[in-house]
Write a protein that binds this ligand. Structure first.
Ligand code: ZN
Ligand code: ZN
Length: 383
């Protein structure tokens, strides 16, 4: 009897779902939030996000959360506060001093805080304090200097935190360490990305991480960050970290590609006031739950890229055959600006020739479809 009980206990222990790490990248671009002021002020959005974070933490006692602000001139940690620990008064054991919270709040507020579940309170305090600090240190010249947001930097911070937490979790849980190390070594092999077996094996035992981007900026301003953003996307793809995107305003070319490439959820909110509802319904389930759910599908992904020469978003461009750099026009002397390879351009008037050839192809195709007998169902009623 005892043996049976023990094995059952062991079995349930082994099947216990691994915790998940949710990293939220909050776009705090002042320009974009100023436009949203009437429908959804930043303070309300932060309140909604904090409720969502609490829901995530409540799903599993071991769940973790991290919040990064993608501001106009820098990317900064909102939670956990890295490098700012010295400012919090700590005792000899490194614990936060009990009356530390009294300084920034009234006594009635701190009395209400005392009854709060500690992880909720810690996240709320740190996020609001760090966000206040970030906004207070933003000068007028910072705001006027740029209208974009540091999305690439924020994604990089999120990725490095995920990497560190994954390693720490694997180290703390000796049994999972072996699985995690074999899984990562398999993933490091370039051909190993397509293998779904290592991914499922890893996610069953290791720390599950995902990134949620709450985006408000429009993509046209972030075209100069195209290359670092794409690198972060590819890193997420390799590590099987889905990037979820919650788009409150504007259009986001690269973020659509991010969620598409990493199999994340992309939602563009028609009504930003319902932010909490969207967060709870679409973004709360972790990867394990998502296998059993019908996720909001995104059909029209904008796959446009930005050219490497001017950081312009282009529909049609020139691609270096060696390093795959994208250019909006043939580079000077035919030398690739990235790798320096001399490219045989043939006819230098290639640009109009390409356009002309494309038109011919289209004509040939439309002429060919009725004759082929199997036209696409969409094309026939259109004619
Ligand atoms: Zn260009
Ligand atoms: Zn090249």
């Amino acid at each position: 009897m005892n043996a049976v009980d023990a094995s059952e206990h062991y079995a349930t222990g082994a099947n216990e779902p691994a915790p998940s790490l949710l990293t939220i990248v909050l776009d705090t671009n002042p320009h974009a939030w100023a436009l949203l002021e009437e429908t959804l002020p930043l303070s309300k959005a932060v309140a909604n996000i904090l409720v969502f974070i609490n829901a995530h933490l409540a799903c599993n006692y071991a769940n973790e959360v991290a919040v990064v602000a993608s501001h106009s001139q820098q990317a900064a940690w909102l939670y956990p506060s890295h490098g700012q620990q010295a400012k919090i008064s700590t005792d000899a054991d490194g614990d936060i001093v009990m009356n530390g919270g009294l300084e920034d709040g009234s006594s009635s507020r701190s009395a209400a805080q005392a009854n709060k579940y500690r992880p909720f309170r810690v996240v709320e305090e740190q996020v609001t304090r760090n966000l206040e600090q970030l906004l207070a240190t933003t000068s007028a010249s910072d705001v006027s200097a740029t209208t974009s947001t540091m999305m690439a930097g924020a994604l990089t911070l999120a990725l490095s935190h995920i990497n560190r937490q994954t390693l720490a979790w694997a180290e703390a849980h000796g049994a999972a360490k072996l699985d995690a190390s074999t899984a990562t070594s398999a993933e490091l092999v370039p051909g190993g990305t397509g293998s779904g077996t290592s991914a499922s094996g890893n996610s069953a035992t290791g720390l599950q991480s995902r990134i949620l981007i709450i985006s408000v900026s429009s993509s046209t301003d972030s075209a100069h960050q195209y290359i670092p953003i794409m690198n972060a996307i590819f890193a997420c793809q390799r590590l099987h970290v889905p990037i979820d995107v919650c788009k409150l305003s504007g259009d986001a070319v690269f973020l659509q590609q991010a969620s598409d490439a990493t199999k994340g959820v992309y939602m563009s909110l028609t009504e930003p006031r319902g932010l909490l509802q969207y967060l709870m319904m679409a973004f709360l389930p972790d990867q394990r739950s998502r296998r059993h759910l019908v996720l909001p599908a995104r059909v029209d992904v904008d796959f446009r890229a930005a050219c490497f020469c001017h950081r312009r978003v282009v529909d049609v461009g020139f691609v270096c055959s060696i390093c795959l750099s994208i250019f909006c026009e043939p580079p000077e002397n035919g030398d690739c600006l990235t790798c320096g390879t001399h490219l045989e351009l043939g006819d230098y008037g290639a640009k109009p020739a390409v356009v002309a050839r494309k038109k011919k192809k289209k004509k040939a195709r439309t002429n060919g479809t009725p004759g082929a007998g199997t036209p696409t169902p969409v094309a026939t009623p259109g004619r």
